[in-house]
Design a protein around this ligand. Sequence first.
Ligand code: ZN
Length: 227
Amino acid sequence: MFNLISSGTKSAVKKKDFKRSTAQSLHKHSHSTLGNGDLANAVKLPKDEQLNEWLAVHVVDFYNCASLIFGQLNGCTDLNCPKMTAGKLFDFLYRCDLDPKTGKKDKKQKPEDLSAPQYIKRSFDWMQELLDNEAMFPTNSEVPFPKNFQKVVKAIFKKLLRIYAHLVYDHFKQITALGLEAHVNSSLKHFLYFVIEFNLLKKADLEPLEDFTKNRLGVEYWNKIKK
Ligand code: ZN
């Protein structure tokens, strides 16, 4: 299901593994539950598992998934996508919300108007720096996650959401032509179930995907999202 590399055209970023020892078994757990197709239940925190471990495994999974999908698209260029949009109603300015070295708010950053591919590339580079930072995502299971870990996770999910929204609204024809429609739909549904289950994004952040959420997950899921 997640094997997109083999058909490989360009690949935006290299696949990331989260090597924390507990992460391996959680990863297997998450994928075996997914095999049953029940995404709403697959996202739930397994009994006796730590929330931060579960969040970390999923951040890496969704990062890999979104970057693999983006890597397949040739059509996302400065010329075709001069702005980072999600359909006609939304466009986004780029801001590096947190310093990837410290995970703290970077107040000096000013919003930048970038093309979609530049926005996406910058977002992936920023996420990769965070994921590679041992202080943020410790690979040794003896080392605790930092205090601001959930803030960092939320900031990553916000960027991932915009990337998914751009891909779905602005590149769906190409996604269908590549035969990736089912994969992208199920990946995005999984992402949304996860975000809603753990209250990772506000309603305002999720607005670009309001229709998708209501149609594919159900209105009751949209209504669960906090303002
Ligand atoms: Zn694009």
